[in-house]
Design a protein around this ligand. Structure first.
Ligand code: COA
Length: 190
């Protein structure tokens, strides 16, 4: 296996040797996911999440389970429309930082986006350097109007958002019809 698929397989094997494995999140993971995510959020590193958000979106989440099946890391791919998805809540336990786990989770989310036929993924982050390493480029959040008008508008930080928007094309481009500006302005027709 070569390229990204080969890199991911090698990373997966290295983690497995140490008893860590990737799996979809389960409802019983939510308390540990909240502790991990909201621990970093309390230090201003990422957005906090509520239990209800995690339960509602549990199928978006991947976790890295530790040898005791506890949650060592999380990441989610949240689909917004047929041409756009957000990677969010990427969090790796502090003791495991710098071992490629964050990058591995982001690549698995991108792989999932490719499987679904999405052309682009984006993030809103305080860690642009991390995402730059993963080939994301800075973007204007207003170029994601579905995000802004469906979710950002409800965020308490809407008027003074300090997160940086970044996006990355997904390897295999979507070939279907992309929504036009008219579609965005006239959701009732859809
Ligand atoms: C940001 C975070 C997810 C990175 O996870 P990680 O497993 O430590 O990162 P990786 O080991 O996969 O790093 C991949 C690459 O990014 C680099 N990197 C990691 N964190 C970085 C940062 N904060 N700034 C710049 N580069 C960073 C690494 O050096 C590595 O580079 P290399 O390939 O040249 O060696 C992790 O530090 C974390 O959970 N932080 C708290 C929550 C958070 O800020 N999440 C970000 C989402 S908004």
């Amino acid at each position: 296996m070569t390229g990204i698929a080969g890199d991911l397989a090698a990373r997966e094997a290295a983690l497995a040797q140490r008893g860590y494995r990737l799996r979809p999140a389960r409802l019983r993971d939510v308390p540990q996911m909240l502790t991990l995510i909201n621990g970093f959020a309390s230090q201003g590193e990422m957005l906090p999440r509520s239990a209800s958000e995690l339960y509602e979106h549990i199928r978006d989440f991947l976790v890295i389970a530790d040898p005791d099946d506890g949650v060592a890391a999380t990441a989610a791919l949240h689909v917004l429309w047929d041409d756009l998805a957000e990677i969010r809540s990427v969090a790796v336990s502090e003791t495991l930082h710098g071992q490629g786990i964050g990058a591995y989770l982001v690549e698995k989310c991108v792989e999932d986006a490719e499987r679904l036929g999405l052309p682009t993924v984006f993030v809103l982050t305080h860690k642009p350097g991390f995402y730059e390493k993963l080939q994301f480029e800075r973007a204007d959040v207003l170029s994601f109007p579905r995000k802004v008008w469906s979710e950002c508008i409800r965020c308490p930080k809407f008027s003074n958002c300090d997160e940086i928007a970044m996006s990355r094309p997904v390897a295999r481009a979507f070939t279907g019809r992309l929504p036009s500006d008219d579609d965005l302005l006239d959701p009732i027709r859809r």
